[in-house]
Design a protein around this ligand. Structure first.
Ligand code: GLU
Length: 460
Protein backbone atom coordinates (compact mmCIF):
# COMPACT_ATOMS: atom_id res chain seq x y z
CA UNK A 1 0.00 0.00 0.00
CA UNK A 2 1.22 3.46 -0.86
CA UNK A 3 -0.83 6.51 0.06
CA UNK A 4 -0.19 10.20 -0.30
CA UNK A 5 -1.29 13.52 1.06
CA UNK A 6 -1.39 16.15 -1.65
CA UNK A 7 -2.12 19.57 -0.21
CA UNK A 8 -2.11 22.79 -2.22
CA UNK A 9 -0.03 25.35 -0.30
CA UNK A 10 -2.59 28.11 -0.66
CA UNK A 11 -3.35 28.43 3.05
CA UNK A 12 -2.47 27.02 6.46
CA UNK A 13 -3.10 23.33 7.02
CA UNK A 14 -6.66 23.18 8.31
CA UNK A 15 -8.28 20.42 10.33
CA UNK A 16 -9.98 18.89 7.27
CA UNK A 17 -6.65 18.56 5.48
CA UNK A 18 -5.01 17.24 8.64
CA UNK A 19 -7.67 14.56 8.95
CA UNK A 20 -7.12 13.54 5.30
CA UNK A 21 -3.39 13.33 5.99
CA UNK A 22 -4.01 11.32 9.15
CA UNK A 23 -6.24 8.73 7.45
CA UNK A 24 -3.73 8.28 4.63
CA UNK A 25 -0.94 7.98 7.19
CA UNK A 26 -2.90 5.46 9.31
CA UNK A 27 -3.82 3.35 6.31
CA UNK A 28 -0.20 3.16 5.17
CA UNK A 29 1.31 2.61 8.61
CA UNK A 30 -1.28 -0.04 9.50
CA UNK A 31 -0.43 -1.97 6.34
CA UNK A 32 3.32 -1.45 6.73
CA UNK A 33 3.19 0.52 3.47
CA UNK A 34 4.40 3.97 2.48
CA UNK A 35 2.98 7.43 3.01
CA UNK A 36 4.28 10.24 0.82
CA UNK A 37 3.75 13.95 0.66
CA UNK A 38 3.16 15.87 -2.55
CA UNK A 39 2.93 19.63 -2.54
CA UNK A 40 0.54 20.70 -5.29
CA UNK A 41 2.02 24.11 -5.88
CA UNK A 42 1.09 24.66 -9.52
CA UNK A 43 -1.21 27.57 -8.76
CA UNK A 44 1.63 30.08 -8.82
CA UNK A 45 -0.56 33.01 -7.85
CA UNK A 46 -1.99 31.48 -4.68
CA UNK A 47 0.79 29.11 -3.57
CA UNK A 48 3.21 30.51 -1.00
CA UNK A 49 6.38 28.98 0.48
CA UNK A 50 5.23 30.03 3.96
CA UNK A 51 2.16 27.80 3.57
CA UNK A 52 4.34 24.89 2.48
CA UNK A 53 6.44 25.44 5.59
CA UNK A 54 3.30 25.57 7.72
CA UNK A 55 1.97 22.32 6.21
CA UNK A 56 5.28 20.52 6.80
CA UNK A 57 5.67 21.77 10.36
CA UNK A 58 2.02 21.06 11.24
CA UNK A 59 2.31 17.49 9.96
CA UNK A 60 5.50 16.89 11.87
CA UNK A 61 3.99 18.43 15.02
CA UNK A 62 1.07 16.00 14.68
CA UNK A 63 3.54 13.12 14.35
CA UNK A 64 2.59 12.26 10.78
CA UNK A 65 5.98 11.52 9.27
CA UNK A 66 6.20 10.88 5.55
CA UNK A 67 8.49 8.59 3.62
CA UNK A 68 11.17 10.24 1.53
CA UNK A 69 11.39 13.91 0.70
CA UNK A 70 8.21 15.78 -0.23
CA UNK A 71 7.57 16.00 -3.95
CA UNK A 72 6.71 19.37 -5.53
CA UNK A 73 4.51 19.53 -8.61
CA UNK A 74 6.36 22.58 -9.92
CA UNK A 75 9.45 20.37 -10.30
CA UNK A 76 7.73 17.67 -12.31
CA UNK A 77 6.91 19.39 -15.62
CA UNK A 78 8.74 16.71 -17.60
CA UNK A 79 6.63 13.93 -16.16
CA UNK A 80 3.44 15.79 -17.03
CA UNK A 81 4.48 16.38 -20.62
CA UNK A 82 5.49 12.74 -20.93
CA UNK A 83 2.02 11.58 -19.81
CA UNK A 84 0.24 14.16 -21.95
CA UNK A 85 2.40 13.03 -24.87
CA UNK A 86 1.33 9.44 -24.29
CA UNK A 87 -2.33 10.43 -24.47
CA UNK A 88 -1.71 12.37 -27.67
CA UNK A 89 0.17 9.46 -29.22
CA UNK A 90 -2.57 6.97 -28.37
CA UNK A 91 -5.21 9.23 -29.94
CA UNK A 92 -6.86 9.95 -26.58
CA UNK A 93 -5.99 13.62 -26.69
CA UNK A 94 -6.07 16.32 -29.33
CA UNK A 95 -4.97 19.91 -29.87
CA UNK A 96 -7.74 22.42 -29.68
CA UNK A 97 -7.30 25.83 -31.33
CA UNK A 98 -10.62 27.34 -30.29
CA UNK A 99 -10.02 30.91 -29.17
CA UNK A 100 -10.89 31.69 -25.58
CA UNK A 101 -13.65 34.07 -26.74
CA UNK A 102 -15.42 31.20 -28.45
CA UNK A 103 -15.24 29.04 -25.32
CA UNK A 104 -16.45 31.94 -23.17
CA UNK A 105 -19.32 32.64 -25.51
CA UNK A 106 -20.41 28.96 -25.55
CA UNK A 107 -20.20 28.96 -21.79
CA UNK A 108 -22.34 32.08 -21.55
CA UNK A 109 -24.99 30.59 -23.86
CA UNK A 110 -25.04 27.30 -21.95
CA UNK A 111 -25.51 29.07 -18.64
CA UNK A 112 -28.24 31.21 -20.19
CA UNK A 113 -30.07 28.03 -21.25
CA UNK A 114 -29.40 26.54 -17.82
CA UNK A 115 -27.22 23.86 -19.45
CA UNK A 116 -23.90 22.62 -18.14
CA UNK A 117 -21.17 24.52 -19.97
CA UNK A 118 -19.40 21.91 -22.09
CA UNK A 119 -16.92 22.06 -24.90
CA UNK A 120 -18.69 21.18 -28.15
CA UNK A 121 -15.82 19.16 -29.57
CA UNK A 122 -15.23 21.34 -32.62
CA UNK A 123 -11.48 20.52 -32.84
CA UNK A 124 -11.85 16.89 -31.79
CA UNK A 125 -11.42 15.30 -35.21
CA UNK A 126 -9.52 18.02 -37.04
CA UNK A 127 -6.12 16.44 -36.42
CA UNK A 128 -4.62 19.82 -35.45
CA UNK A 129 -1.05 20.21 -34.25
CA UNK A 130 0.35 22.38 -31.45
CA UNK A 131 0.15 26.14 -31.98
CA UNK A 132 0.51 29.25 -29.87
CA UNK A 133 -2.54 29.52 -27.64
CA UNK A 134 -3.63 25.92 -28.31
CA UNK A 135 -4.65 23.61 -25.47
CA UNK A 136 -4.53 19.83 -25.28
CA UNK A 137 -7.88 18.17 -24.60
CA UNK A 138 -8.73 14.66 -23.54
CA UNK A 139 -11.25 12.75 -25.66
CA UNK A 140 -13.93 11.83 -23.22
CA UNK A 141 -16.17 8.92 -24.30
CA UNK A 142 -19.47 10.50 -25.41
CA UNK A 143 -21.63 7.97 -23.56
CA UNK A 144 -21.48 5.12 -21.09
CA UNK A 145 -20.71 5.26 -17.39
CA UNK A 146 -17.51 5.68 -15.44
CA UNK A 147 -17.68 4.26 -11.96
CA UNK A 148 -15.69 2.85 -9.10
CA UNK A 149 -16.26 1.16 -5.80
CA UNK A 150 -15.46 3.91 -3.33
CA UNK A 151 -13.82 2.80 -0.07
CA UNK A 152 -16.13 5.12 1.87
CA UNK A 153 -19.18 5.68 -0.31
CA UNK A 154 -19.52 2.28 -2.00
CA UNK A 155 -20.38 2.14 -5.71
CA UNK A 156 -20.36 5.56 -7.42
CA UNK A 157 -20.81 6.23 -11.11
CA UNK A 158 -21.04 9.16 -13.46
CA UNK A 159 -22.58 9.45 -16.88
CA UNK A 160 -19.79 10.19 -19.36
CA UNK A 161 -22.22 12.48 -21.16
CA UNK A 162 -21.93 14.76 -18.15
CA UNK A 163 -18.19 15.10 -18.51
CA UNK A 164 -16.63 16.93 -21.42
CA UNK A 165 -13.36 16.97 -23.29
CA UNK A 166 -11.33 18.35 -20.45
CA UNK A 167 -8.24 20.43 -21.02
CA UNK A 168 -5.20 18.48 -19.86
CA UNK A 169 -2.47 20.94 -20.90
CA UNK A 170 -3.17 24.66 -20.83
CA UNK A 171 -2.01 27.13 -23.46
CA UNK A 172 0.91 28.13 -21.20
CA UNK A 173 2.12 24.52 -21.27
CA UNK A 174 1.11 23.78 -17.67
CA UNK A 175 -0.87 20.63 -17.01
CA UNK A 176 -4.31 21.03 -15.46
CA UNK A 177 -5.07 19.69 -12.00
CA UNK A 178 -6.54 16.34 -13.14
CA UNK A 179 -3.69 15.63 -15.56
CA UNK A 180 -1.00 16.41 -13.01
CA UNK A 181 -2.64 14.37 -10.25
CA UNK A 182 -3.03 11.31 -12.47
CA UNK A 183 0.52 11.56 -13.86
CA UNK A 184 1.77 11.89 -10.29
CA UNK A 185 -0.31 9.13 -8.76
CA UNK A 186 0.60 6.73 -11.59
CA UNK A 187 4.31 7.56 -11.62
CA UNK A 188 4.55 7.50 -7.82
CA UNK A 189 2.80 4.13 -7.63
CA UNK A 190 -0.02 5.33 -5.37
CA UNK A 191 -2.36 2.44 -4.57
CA UNK A 192 -5.00 4.20 -2.44
CA UNK A 193 -6.26 7.75 -2.82
CA UNK A 194 -8.09 9.03 0.26
CA UNK A 195 -9.21 12.62 -0.04
CA UNK A 196 -12.04 14.97 0.78
CA UNK A 197 -15.35 14.35 -0.93
CA UNK A 198 -15.10 17.75 -2.60
CA UNK A 199 -12.99 15.78 -5.13
CA UNK A 200 -15.67 13.24 -6.04
CA UNK A 201 -16.43 15.04 -9.30
CA UNK A 202 -12.81 14.83 -10.37
CA UNK A 203 -12.58 11.10 -9.88
CA UNK A 204 -14.44 9.95 -13.04
CA UNK A 205 -12.26 12.31 -15.09
CA UNK A 206 -9.15 10.92 -13.47
CA UNK A 207 -10.33 7.33 -13.95
CA UNK A 208 -10.82 7.96 -17.67
CA UNK A 209 -7.24 9.21 -17.84
CA UNK A 210 -5.98 6.07 -16.03
CA UNK A 211 -7.91 3.89 -18.45
CA UNK A 212 -6.60 5.73 -21.51
CA UNK A 213 -3.06 5.44 -20.11
CA UNK A 214 -3.66 1.75 -19.38
CA UNK A 215 -2.33 2.40 -15.91
CA UNK A 216 -3.41 0.35 -12.88
CA UNK A 217 -6.19 2.18 -11.06
CA UNK A 218 -5.81 2.97 -7.37
CA UNK A 219 -8.67 2.55 -4.96
CA UNK A 220 -10.45 5.78 -4.13
CA UNK A 221 -12.04 6.80 -0.87
CA UNK A 222 -13.77 10.14 -0.39
CA UNK A 223 -13.98 11.33 3.18
CA UNK A 224 -17.19 13.03 4.25
CA UNK A 225 -16.82 16.69 5.01
CA UNK A 226 -16.36 18.19 8.47
CA UNK A 227 -19.14 20.53 9.54
CA UNK A 228 -19.48 23.23 12.14
CA UNK A 229 -22.13 23.13 14.87
CA UNK A 230 -24.64 24.67 12.44
CA UNK A 231 -24.18 21.70 10.08
CA UNK A 232 -22.53 23.87 7.44
CA UNK A 233 -19.09 23.10 6.05
CA UNK A 234 -16.48 23.94 8.68
CA UNK A 235 -14.91 27.29 7.87
CA UNK A 236 -13.26 30.25 9.53
CA UNK A 237 -16.71 31.49 10.53
CA UNK A 238 -16.74 28.67 13.07
CA UNK A 239 -13.56 29.88 14.75
CA UNK A 240 -10.11 28.36 14.61
CA UNK A 241 -9.68 25.80 11.84
CA UNK A 242 -5.94 25.66 11.22
CA UNK A 243 -3.66 23.22 12.97
CA UNK A 244 -1.38 26.15 13.77
CA UNK A 245 -4.22 27.98 15.55
CA UNK A 246 -4.94 24.95 17.73
CA UNK A 247 -1.26 24.64 18.49
CA UNK A 248 -1.10 28.30 19.48
CA UNK A 249 -4.15 27.92 21.70
CA UNK A 250 -2.33 25.25 23.66
CA UNK A 251 -3.71 21.98 22.35
CA UNK A 252 -1.44 18.95 22.45
CA UNK A 253 -0.80 17.13 19.19
CA UNK A 254 -1.91 13.83 20.78
CA UNK A 255 -5.30 15.39 21.57
CA UNK A 256 -5.79 16.88 18.12
CA UNK A 257 -4.77 13.70 16.32
CA UNK A 258 -7.02 11.60 18.58
CA UNK A 259 -9.87 14.03 17.99
CA UNK A 260 -9.40 14.12 14.21
CA UNK A 261 -9.29 10.34 13.99
CA UNK A 262 -12.69 10.14 15.64
CA UNK A 263 -14.12 12.56 13.06
CA UNK A 264 -15.10 9.82 10.69
CA UNK A 265 -13.41 6.74 12.11
CA UNK A 266 -14.36 4.56 15.05
CA UNK A 267 -13.38 1.43 16.85
CA UNK A 268 -16.29 0.31 19.01
CA UNK A 269 -17.24 3.12 21.37
CA UNK A 270 -13.71 3.81 22.45
CA UNK A 271 -12.68 7.48 22.49
CA UNK A 272 -9.07 7.59 23.60
CA UNK A 273 -6.31 6.33 21.35
CA UNK A 274 -2.63 7.04 20.96
CA UNK A 275 -1.33 7.24 17.43
CA UNK A 276 0.20 3.78 17.88
CA UNK A 277 -3.10 2.32 19.07
CA UNK A 278 -4.97 3.89 16.18
CA UNK A 279 -2.39 2.51 13.78
CA UNK A 280 -2.93 -1.03 14.93
CA UNK A 281 -6.74 -0.73 15.00
CA UNK A 282 -7.22 1.27 11.80
CA UNK A 283 -9.03 -0.23 8.86
CA UNK A 284 -10.34 1.40 5.72
CA UNK A 285 -13.67 -0.35 6.17
CA UNK A 286 -14.29 1.40 9.49
CA UNK A 287 -14.31 4.91 8.00
CA UNK A 288 -17.81 6.33 8.46
CA UNK A 289 -20.00 7.60 5.63
CA UNK A 290 -21.72 10.49 7.36
CA UNK A 291 -20.42 14.00 7.73
CA UNK A 292 -18.83 14.67 11.09
CA UNK A 293 -19.53 17.71 13.26
CA UNK A 294 -16.56 19.47 14.81
CA UNK A 295 -17.14 19.60 18.55
CA UNK A 296 -14.79 21.85 20.49
CA UNK A 297 -15.94 20.50 23.89
CA UNK A 298 -14.82 17.03 23.03
CA UNK A 299 -11.46 18.29 21.83
CA UNK A 300 -11.11 20.16 25.15
CA UNK A 301 -11.96 17.01 27.05
CA UNK A 302 -9.30 15.03 25.17
CA UNK A 303 -6.78 17.81 25.65
CA UNK A 304 -7.41 17.86 29.41
CA UNK A 305 -6.90 14.10 29.38
CA UNK A 306 -3.55 14.28 27.58
CA UNK A 307 -2.41 17.16 29.77
CA UNK A 308 -3.10 15.00 32.84
CA UNK A 309 -1.10 12.18 31.29
CA UNK A 310 1.94 14.35 30.59
CA UNK A 311 4.67 14.04 33.26
CA UNK A 312 5.52 17.25 35.13
CA UNK A 313 8.88 17.80 33.41
CA UNK A 314 7.27 17.54 30.00
CA UNK A 315 4.35 19.73 30.95
CA UNK A 316 6.67 22.41 32.30
CA UNK A 317 8.51 22.54 28.97
CA UNK A 318 5.24 22.67 27.04
CA UNK A 319 4.02 25.56 29.18
CA UNK A 320 7.22 27.59 28.74
CA UNK A 321 6.32 29.25 25.41
CA UNK A 322 2.88 30.15 26.72
CA UNK A 323 4.37 31.72 29.85
CA UNK A 324 6.83 33.55 27.61
CA UNK A 325 3.78 34.87 25.75
CA UNK A 326 2.73 36.40 29.09
CA UNK A 327 6.14 38.04 29.40
CA UNK A 328 7.52 35.43 31.82
CA UNK A 329 10.87 34.12 30.63
CA UNK A 330 14.02 32.56 32.07
CA UNK A 331 11.97 30.58 34.61
CA UNK A 332 13.61 28.22 37.05
CA UNK A 333 13.16 24.61 35.94
CA UNK A 334 12.33 23.14 39.35
CA UNK A 335 9.88 25.89 40.24
CA UNK A 336 8.21 25.61 36.85
CA UNK A 337 7.78 21.85 37.22
CA UNK A 338 6.30 22.22 40.67
CA UNK A 339 3.97 24.96 39.44
CA UNK A 340 2.90 22.80 36.47
CA UNK A 341 1.99 20.01 38.88
CA UNK A 342 -0.39 22.31 40.76
CA UNK A 343 -2.27 23.62 37.71
CA UNK A 344 -2.38 20.58 35.45
CA UNK A 345 -5.96 19.74 36.42
CA UNK A 346 -7.08 23.34 36.44
CA UNK A 347 -7.24 24.08 32.71
CA UNK A 348 -8.03 22.54 29.35
CA UNK A 349 -5.23 24.03 27.30
CA UNK A 350 -1.57 24.86 27.83
CA UNK A 351 -2.50 28.50 27.49
CA UNK A 352 -5.01 28.22 30.33
CA UNK A 353 -2.45 26.41 32.47
CA UNK A 354 0.09 29.14 31.81
CA UNK A 355 -2.44 31.81 32.76
CA UNK A 356 -3.24 29.92 35.95
CA UNK A 357 0.46 29.46 36.81
CA UNK A 358 1.60 32.98 35.92
CA UNK A 359 1.14 34.31 39.47
CA UNK A 360 3.98 32.11 40.71
CA UNK A 361 6.45 33.96 38.53
CA UNK A 362 5.36 37.57 38.59
CA UNK A 363 7.39 40.09 40.56
CA UNK A 364 4.16 41.51 41.90
CA UNK A 365 0.73 39.96 41.81
CA UNK A 366 -2.11 42.03 40.55
CA UNK A 367 -5.01 41.69 42.96
CA UNK A 368 -8.44 41.06 41.49
CA UNK A 369 -10.05 44.42 42.40
CA UNK A 370 -13.51 43.02 43.15
CA UNK A 371 -12.07 40.34 45.42
CA UNK A 372 -9.88 42.94 47.08
CA UNK A 373 -12.93 45.11 47.86
CA UNK A 374 -14.64 42.14 49.41
CA UNK A 375 -11.74 40.53 51.26
CA UNK A 376 -9.39 43.31 52.25
CA UNK A 377 -11.72 44.83 54.84
CA UNK A 378 -10.49 45.80 58.30
CA UNK A 379 -11.15 42.27 59.44
CA UNK A 380 -9.61 40.73 56.35
CA UNK A 381 -6.43 42.74 56.78
CA UNK A 382 -6.34 41.70 60.38
CA UNK A 383 -6.59 38.04 59.42
CA UNK A 384 -3.85 38.55 56.87
CA UNK A 385 -1.58 40.23 59.37
CA UNK A 386 -2.06 37.20 61.62
CA UNK A 387 -0.27 35.03 59.05
CA UNK A 388 2.95 37.00 59.11
CA UNK A 389 4.49 35.53 62.26
CA UNK A 390 3.22 32.02 61.47
CA UNK A 391 4.68 32.07 57.98
CA UNK A 392 8.17 33.08 58.99
CA UNK A 393 8.91 29.46 58.34
CA UNK A 394 7.12 27.09 55.98
CA UNK A 395 4.51 24.79 57.48
CA UNK A 396 5.99 21.29 57.73
CA UNK A 397 3.16 19.64 55.84
CA UNK A 398 -0.29 20.22 54.43
CA UNK A 399 -1.69 19.03 57.77
CA UNK A 400 0.48 21.52 59.62
CA UNK A 401 -0.85 24.34 57.43
CA UNK A 402 -4.39 23.09 57.90
CA UNK A 403 -3.89 23.23 61.67
CA UNK A 404 -2.82 26.88 61.27
CA UNK A 405 -6.01 27.68 59.33
CA UNK A 406 -7.96 25.82 61.96
CA UNK A 407 -6.56 27.80 64.83
CA UNK A 408 -7.06 31.16 63.05
CA UNK A 409 -10.64 30.37 62.13
CA UNK A 410 -11.48 29.10 65.62
CA UNK A 411 -9.97 32.08 67.30
CA UNK A 412 -12.08 34.39 65.13
CA UNK A 413 -15.19 32.27 65.01
CA UNK A 414 -15.19 32.12 61.18
CA UNK A 415 -15.07 29.29 58.69
CA UNK A 416 -11.73 27.91 57.54
CA UNK A 417 -12.42 29.03 53.99
CA UNK A 418 -13.03 32.59 55.19
CA UNK A 419 -9.71 32.50 57.02
CA UNK A 420 -7.92 31.26 53.90
CA UNK A 421 -9.37 33.66 51.30
CA UNK A 422 -7.47 36.86 52.21
CA UNK A 423 -4.23 34.87 52.15
CA UNK A 424 -5.13 33.29 48.82
CA UNK A 425 -5.86 36.69 47.34
CA UNK A 426 -2.59 38.10 48.64
CA UNK A 427 -0.46 35.23 47.37
CA UNK A 428 -2.13 34.53 44.03
CA UNK A 429 -4.08 37.68 43.18
CA UNK A 430 -7.36 35.79 42.90
CA UNK A 431 -9.89 33.78 44.87
CA UNK A 432 -9.38 30.58 42.89
CA UNK A 433 -5.98 28.96 42.93
CA UNK A 434 -4.17 25.69 43.55
CA UNK A 435 -4.03 24.50 47.16
CA UNK A 436 -2.50 27.16 49.41
CA UNK A 437 -0.01 24.83 51.03
CA UNK A 438 1.46 23.93 47.61
CA UNK A 439 1.44 27.59 46.66
CA UNK A 440 3.36 28.51 49.83
CA UNK A 441 5.94 25.82 49.26
CA UNK A 442 6.55 26.96 45.68
CA UNK A 443 6.66 30.68 46.51
CA UNK A 444 8.77 30.32 49.64
CA UNK A 445 8.46 32.36 52.82
CA UNK A 446 10.22 35.46 51.54
CA UNK A 447 7.89 35.95 48.55
CA UNK A 448 4.87 35.04 50.67
CA UNK A 449 5.77 37.74 53.20
CA UNK A 450 6.29 40.36 50.48
CA UNK A 451 2.96 39.55 48.89
CA UNK A 452 1.11 39.67 52.21
CA UNK A 453 2.65 43.07 52.97
CA UNK A 454 1.78 44.35 49.51
CA UNK A 455 -1.84 43.25 50.00
CA UNK A 456 -1.94 44.96 53.39
CA UNK A 457 -0.84 48.17 51.70
CA UNK A 458 -3.25 47.80 48.80
CA UNK A 459 -5.53 50.88 48.80
CA UNK A 460 -4.77 51.22 52.52
N1 GLU B 1 -4.38 19.34 -4.02
C1 GLU B 1 -5.71 18.94 -3.76
C2 GLU B 1 -6.29 19.72 -2.59
O1 GLU B 1 -5.56 20.28 -1.82
C3 GLU B 1 -5.83 17.46 -3.40
C4 GLU B 1 -5.75 16.59 -4.57
C5 GLU B 1 -5.95 15.14 -4.27
O2 GLU B 1 -5.89 14.71 -3.11
O3 GLU B 1 -6.13 14.41 -5.25
O4 GLU B 1 -7.49 19.75 -2.45
Amino acid sequence: MKTRFAPSPTGHLHVGGARTALFNWLAARHAGGEFVLRIEDTDLQRSKPEYTRDILSSLSWLGLDSDGEPVYQTQRAEIYSEYAGRLLASGDAYWCHCPQERIDEARRLALENKDKPRYDGRCRDLGLGPAPGAVLRFKCPPDGLTGWNDIVKGPVSFDNGELDDLVIVRSDGFPTYNMAVVADDVSMGITHVLRGDDHVNNTPRQLLLYRALKAPEPEFGHLPMIMGGDRKRLSKRHGATSVLAFREMGYLPQALVNYLARLGWSSGDREIFTLAEMTSLFSLSSIGKSAAVFNGDKLDWLNAHYIKETPEEGLAELMRPFLAGLGLTGLDEGKLQAAAGTVRERGKTLRELAEKAAFYFRGKVELDPKAADKLLTEEGRDILRGYLPALERLPESAEDFDALLDSISRRRGIKKGAAAQPLRLALTGSTASPGLYEVLVILGTETARRRIEAALEFRA
